[in-house]
Write a protein that binds this ligand. Structure first.
Ligand code: SAH
Length: 219
């Protein structure tokens, strides 16, 4: 491919990405840092070639192994909720192919991310390496356990739906930290939990639809 062609593809994907970001703003995402990062990260690189032409639609897409890349609007909304407290050190549960991880990496100092399926953890690592993102550590493991050696965290984002809030994750919230997590089964909603001096304060947000947070696999 010639350099001119490559540049052409780069510009096309930037234009479609800018259109997606404009749509997210219309739908109510107001955080400029989040919108800027969504404009920067090439979502098509996280998706199989056969589906890459749909990368800038505001929709979740399959990534294989029964899992999905989350809908851009949901990624943006959850990131904005998480950033409201300006976290430096973030834990993500459910790396998938690493798209949400990449969005967070540009907005926080360090991101720790746990993925249950080892093949996906490796794919996420490779995607982030290709984008030269270096402030992220990914491990294959059980997100229900969190990452106790690295706790506490300023923020925890869970990108799969849990029937209840995992207690081990609550223990790993620093004082003042926030967790954003989809809770439920067939019907799910996004919960925000803040670790306040007087205890945990929980607020319920929009209805969402995530793949389930599954029990860990023993090694
Ligand atoms: N953050 C991803 C979303 C991936 S979908 C994105 O940006 O698109 C949710 C992911 O959670 C799946 O990859 C699934 O394998 C993973 N998952 C499910 N249960 C888990 C668990 N107990 N621990 C860690 N990851 C889990």
């Amino acid at each position: 491919m010639t350099a001119r062609n490559q540049q052409g593809i780069g510009m096309t994907s930037q234009r479609t990405r800018d259109r997606l970001v404009a749509r997210l703003a219309e739908r109510g995402i107001t955080d400029h840092a989040v919108l800027g990062q969504m404009a920067k990260i090439p979502r098509h690189l996280f998706i199989d070639e056969a589906l890459a032409h749909r990368a800038y639609e505001d929709t979740a897409l399959p990534i294989g192994l029964g899992q999905t890349i989350s809908q851009p609007f949901v990624v943006a909304a959850m990131t904005a909720l998480l950033l409201a407290r300006q976290p430096a050190k973030v834990l993500e549960i459910g790396s998938g192919c690493g798209y949400q991880t990449a969005i967070l990496a540009g907005l926080c100092r360090e991101v720790w991310s746990i993925e249950r399926i080892p093949a996906l953890a490796r794919r996420a690592e490779q995607n982030l390496r290709e984008l030269k993102i270096r402030n992220v550590r990914i491990k294959a493991g059980d997100g229900y356990e969190g990452w106790p050696d690295r706790a506490p965290f300023d923020a925890i984002i869970v990108t799969a739906a849990a029937p209840q809030v995992p207690p081990r994750l609550l223990e790993q919230l620093a004082p003042g930290a926030r967790m954003v997590i989809p809770v439920g089964g067939a019907a799910q909603s996004l919960w925000v939990i803040d670790n306040e001096p007087d205890g945990l304060v929980q607020t319920e947000h929009d209805a969402v639809r995530f793949v389930p947070l599954l029990p860990g696999v023993s090694a």
